[in-house]
Write a protein of this length. Structure first.
Lengths: 247, 395
């Protein structure tokens, strides 16, 4: 009997250790691509069976609360900026000189017609804070041994997904693959990261392919052209005044 | 003639330098920026499909140039060129005069060519300098001041007069103004503005906008064209995930301040974006527009003379649904109802992205309503049908 209790305790303990491990791994992986703040220039290519469109932008981010994004291409959308401060979201359109407060329902929309959502771009939710993490296995992705981690949203978290599975490399904590599921556990989209390059002070994947499940042949490719981590940005930088001036 | 030649050479030069610009992506290290568009639009208008069609063509080019020598100083100039030919030019003797109209203090719109069958107009749409010092921005010259919060009618947008129907001129005319903006926090603004129009009438106004309870809230007040004392308020926020915006303004002639001749206008606007990215917008306008009898729909189409002429009927309601059929194809359908004239407007637009910087649009507009007949005085139904085909390239 005592033996049983001990073994149950060990199992319980190890589960706890496991879950702590999983959170720790997610944290390290998240830090790796985010840092406390960053400035990045990126290109997003929307690929469909018969055509392609490209959007380029530059984005400043600080934690999960602050981000500022300017569209640099195509010409028609160039100069439009988006500001997120906590739960408020604005867009500035220089053509009509107008600041527009965007509703929360805009968050989960495909960003500028891509398979990337506003939530991804503007970092509405945090994979650390808003989800419970558990290590569910170990798999090999493109020759790299990876932790397989399941993310379940916390009850009060306002997130878009029903669950997420991430494959994170054991040696360098890179998120090489992510699958997003809806509330009915149906796979919605898969993200595959590749082309690991040195950016600023660290090596990260610079190409992320987002492949939606329901439309074969469709994908969105995000390429990180440059990124600087842990840049000094004050909270005040993320302002309506900056939205109108940033270049 | 020499002046005309210089105009043409400038136009061509700027067009070419803009073309060379196209594939350069390292804009941010440059201290200047040049962009714009060129479009060609064919239009037809008729009141009965069986009768006379009036067809016109506009070759339309906009050039936006900014010089940014230091982070605190900007100079901007924007030019609009239009080459128009067709039956409106030929048969409406007043047409070219309307094209050259400039409501600003400075007359910066010229008909370089004004012939029987065509008109070529160049106008300077923006010309301003901006200084920044900490949380202060100071802007002087022809500029767009946009204080609107709702999407169709804007009683708070006192510097500009927006015609919702004129889809080919989203930038709107500028105001010859001085403007001081102060940003007390990251999401609030205080503005002081003085504008002077072509009648040398001064408009002075102030705005305070701040963010509270996840709403943008603004208060405005001032003196419009040295005639009307006005005040108003506007907001943008959300009820659950439905956007909720509104504006109201009240104008009272300074001369008869005590009487009840004031004009009150208010808009309420709701929009919602669905999971499939389609969007629905419903907006209503109320105004006690007692003086605007309304001579016809063309009043509605031309930009109203003043913010006080947003409509000619007391109640107006517009509903619009836009649906991205695919990333490349967007469909927009809108309908407007004006009870007083038993009138309606319906519009539909299909826009197709042909390339990264090239779009084609098909636009149809129908206006119908009852207006007093100029001879008999009896109400008579008037219909207008308009169709447009536009090819637009941005650079």
């Amino acid at each position: 009997m005592k033996k049983h209790i001990v073994s149950i305790l060990i199992v319980l303990l190890s589960i706890q250790v496991f879950s702590q491990d999983a959170t720790e791994i997610i944290k390290k992986a998240d830090d790796k691509v985010k840092g406390s703040s960053s400035i990045a220039t990126m290109t997003m290519k929307i690929v469909r069976p018969t055509w392609e469109r490209t959007v380029s932008f530059k984005t400043w981010g600080k934690g999960v609360d602050y981000s500022l994004t300017i569209v640099t291409a195509p010409a028609k959308e160039k100069g439009q900026t988006f500001l997120k401060r906590q739960n408020d979201l604005w867009s500035w359109n220089p053509t009509i000189e107008r600041m527009i407060k965007l509703p929360p329902s805009m968050m989960s929309q495909g960003w500028m017609g891509s398979d990337y959502s506003n939530d991804d771009i503007l970092k509405e939710s945090s994979i650390i804070v808003d989800y419970k993490h558990s290590l569910i296995g170990s798999e090999n992705i493109e020759g790299k041994e990876c932790f397989k981690i399941n993310l379940m949203p916390k009850e009060d978290a306002a997130v878009v997904w029903g669950s997420i599975i991430k494959w994170i490399s054991r040696d360098s904590y890179l998120q090489l693959k992510t699958q997003y599921f809806d509330e009915d556990e149906t796979l919605i989209k898969t993200e595959i990261a590749s082309e690991i390059k040195k950016m600023d002070d660290r090596e990260i994947p610079t190409k992320i392919e987002i492949i939606p499940e329901d439309n074969k042949g469709n994908k969105t490719i995000v390429t990180i052209e440059s990124i600087d981590f842990d840049v000094k940005l004050s909270d005040d930088f993320f302002s309506q005044q900056s939205m109108k001036k940033i270049r | 003639m020499q002046q005309k030649l210089i105009h043409i050479i400038l136009f061509v030069l700027i067009c070419f330098s803009a073309m060379g610009q196209e594939d350069s992506t390292t804009e941010r290290i440059k201290n200047y920026a040049l962009d714009g568009y060129i479009s060609n639009m064919q239009s037809v208008m008729f009141d009965s499909i069986h009768k006379n069609w009036i067809s016109d063509n506009i070759l339309h080019n906009r050039l936006n140039f900014s010089w940014l020598p230091t982070p605190t100083f900007t100079a901007t100039i924007q030019i609009r060129n239009r080459f128009i030919w067709g039956e409106s030019v030929k048969y409406n003797s007043n047409y070219s005069k309307q094209i050259a109209k400039d409501n600003g203090y400075l007359k910066l719109s010229w008909n370089v060519f004004d012939e029987q069958s065509f008109v070529f107009n160049t106008s300077i749409e923006r010309a301003f300098i901006q200084f920044s010092k900490g949380k202060f921005d100071f802007k002087l010259g022809r500029q767009r001041i946009n204080w609107g919060q709702t999407m169709v009618w804007n009683p708070n947008d006192i510097f500009n007069n927006y015609s919702f129907f004129d889809f080919d001129y989203i930038e709107r005319p500028g105001s010859d103004a001085f403007r001081l903006q102060y940003y007390p926090s990251s999401s609030s603004t205080i503005e002081f503005t003085a504008k002077i129009n072509s009648n040398k009438e001064l408009t002075t106004a102030a705005l305070y906008r701040f963010n509270k309870w996840n709403y943008d809230i603004q208060f405005i007040g001032g003196l419009l064209n040295e005639q009307d004392i006005f005040f108003g308020a506007g907001w943008s926020g959300a009820i659950k995930s439905i956007s909720f915006r509104g504006e109201f303004s009240f104008f009272q002639p300074k001369e008869n301040f005590a009487d009840t001749s004031g004009l009150a206008m208010a808009t309420l606007s709701f929009d919602y974006t669905f999971k499939n990215s389609s969007m629905i917008l419903v907006e209503g306008l109320y105004g006690n527009f007692s003086n605007n009898a309304g001579s016809g729909f063309m009043d509605l189409y031309a930009a109203p003379a003043s913010v006080k002429n947003l409509s000619f009927t007391k109640y107006n309601i517009l509903s619009q649904y836009s649906y991205p059929i695919s990333t490349l194809v967007n469909l927009t359908i809108s309908g407007m109802y004006m009870p007083k004239i038993k009138g309606y407007y319906t519009g539909s637009t299909i826009s197709i992205s042909l390339k990264d910087n090239l779009d084609i649009s098909f636009i149809g507009q129908v206006f119908s309503g009852e207006f007093p007949d100029s001879v008999s005085g009896n109400n008579k139904r008037v219909n207008y049908y308009m169709g447009f085909l536009r090819l637009k390239g941005n650079f």
